[in-house]
Design a protein around this ligand. Structure first.
Ligand SMILES: [Zn+2]
Length: 449
């Protein structure tokens, strides 16, 4: 093949040169004075032949180099074929699936393993393989489980799925890719979950500078530098996950009235009355690195036995932090209120997978996907009441902030009636997991009306 190309190219070059020479000679016949030109033309033709030869030699060298590179790749293909052959009976996959079936839920790592094995034995378009990779993506967050997340992203992309593979997952990963959340070191302040926590501060209500200061740290790009001298950070996984919060925030580990709780009976009859008077106002929404939070302008109130508590903000957790008889819901909204005496009251509304939620649609359309300062989209108004169910029956107990510093003395009301959220809306929420596990009840009463 190679030799044929060489011959053809040589022949073409020679024919070209010959024709050129012949034409020149014809001219010379009629104008002898042009002999010199003919000679020059012949020389040009000779040069062209030489150049063609050089080009052919270079091409040959390139082919040889490519063949050299192809060698190891061919070996890899053979190895892969051997593995595929070994797995092709399907017994290994069946064994693995049988072993996994006994487990309630699979870790992201096992999902990726299962997906990889399925992809290898059943091919890149096996729906169950893709499902496993998608499940793994759902479970992983950035940071501690980056490798698993990357494996799932790359596998889905390889199978032709529309998946964004983060730049840090690629071989020549450039650092500092702006990612939405969850990086354990992406936020350095204990009160970044400004919601619960900010509310704990006496002057926290809606003061833009309460987090404005932090926002400087939150800008992508200078996160790390800012964190070097920032307050201790925390996250929902890895080195600073919920089981380590106590190291920096002692109440999180030592407190006896911590939130959230698994809501299980027996219940004590509640004698409290509860009603909400939430008002529409301009939307102010932020991504604080731990959740999506809406800061509420003054005027919206919760009444507990006629005593008013101002609604400061509300934010979301995925899945719900509260469990009802051991089961979490898809998400929960926490409405954080403060009384004139500084007492905090949190109203929890559980979101259950179902129809699309129009209120959440508005919020998601305006939420910042990256950690950063509060944004107030032009002309967008929002009524927090649109996220409440009609029925106001509740469970109630004395608990704490569910984020560091886990301050206690917070009254929780969890509404029994859930509100719908579409599965797609749950997926759109930029935090895959931002829920603290349930805490020890320590003999606390849970009331119910
Ligand atoms: Zn919360």
């Amino acid at each position: 093949m190679k030799r044929t190309i060489v011959e053809v190219l040589l022949a073409l070059a020679l024919i070209g040169a010959g024709v050129f020479g012949w034409l020149s000679w014809k001219q010379a016949q009629t104008a002898k004075g042009q002999v010199t030109e003919l000679q020059a033309a012949s020389e040009e033709a000779a040069k062209a032949v030489t150049a063609s030869k050089a080009a052919i030699t270079a091409a040959e060298e390139q082919v040889a180099a490519l063949e050299e590179q192809l060698g190891p790749l061919q070996n890899k293909v053979k190895e892969l074929d051997a593995i595929k052959g070994a797995m092709s009976s399907g017994t290994t996959l069946a064994d693995l699936e049988a072993a996994y079936k006994t487990q309630k839920s699979l870790s992201a790592e096992r999902q990726v393993g299962l997906g990889a094995l399925r992809m290898l034995t059943k091919g890149g378009d096996d729906p169950a393989a893709l499902e496993a990779f998608r499940a793994a993506l759902q479970l992983t967050d950035l940071g501690s489980r980056k490798n698993t997340m990357c494996a799932a992203q790359i596998a889905l992309a390889a199978a032709g799925e529309k998946v964004t593979v983060m730049s840090e997952c690629l071989p020549q990963a450039a650092h500092g890719a702006p990612d939405a959340h969850g990086k354990p070191d992406a936020h350095g302040k204990p009160d970044a979950h400004a919601n619960d926590d900010k509310a704990a501060k006496p002057d926290a209500h809606g003061k833009p500078d309460a987090h404005g200061k932090d926002d400087k740290h939150a800008k992508p790009g200078d996160k790390k530098g800012a964190d070097a001298h920032a307050a201790p950070h925390w996250s929902y996984a890895g080195d600073m996950g919920p089981d380590r919060w106590g190291k920096e925030f002692p109440t999180c580990a030592k407190g006896k009235s911590q939130s959230p709780l698994d809501i299980v009976g027996p219940f004590v009859k509640a004698r409290t009355s509860l009603s909400a008077e939430y008002k529409e106002g301009p939307l102010k929404i932020l991504n604080n690195g731990h959740t999506i939070q809406v800061n509420v302008p003054p005027g919206s109130k919760l009444r507990v036995d006629a005593k008013p508590y101002d609604l400061l903000q509300f934010h979301f957790h995925r899945p719900s932090e509260e469990k009802i008889e051991g089961k979490p819901m898809s998400m929960v909204v926490h409405f954080v209120h403060k009384g004139a005496d500084g007492k905090l009251v949190v109203l929890g509304v559980l979101l259950k997978e179902g129809n699309e939620n129009p209120g959440i649609k508005t919020l998601w359309a305006n939420m910042p996907l990256e950690e950063g300062p509060e944004v107030a989209p032009d002309g967008v108004k929002f009524n927090p009441g649109s996220l409440l169910p009609r029925e106001f029956d509740f469970f109630s107990y004395e608990g704490s902030l569910t984020t560091p510093p886990c301050t206690e003395g917070v009254t929780f009301f969890i509404l029994k009636t859930t509100v719908n959220v579409a599965a797609a809306q749950v997926t759109q929420f930029p935090f895959k997991i931002n829920a603290r596990p349930v805490q020890a009840r320590n003999g606390r009463d849970i009331t119910m009306n």
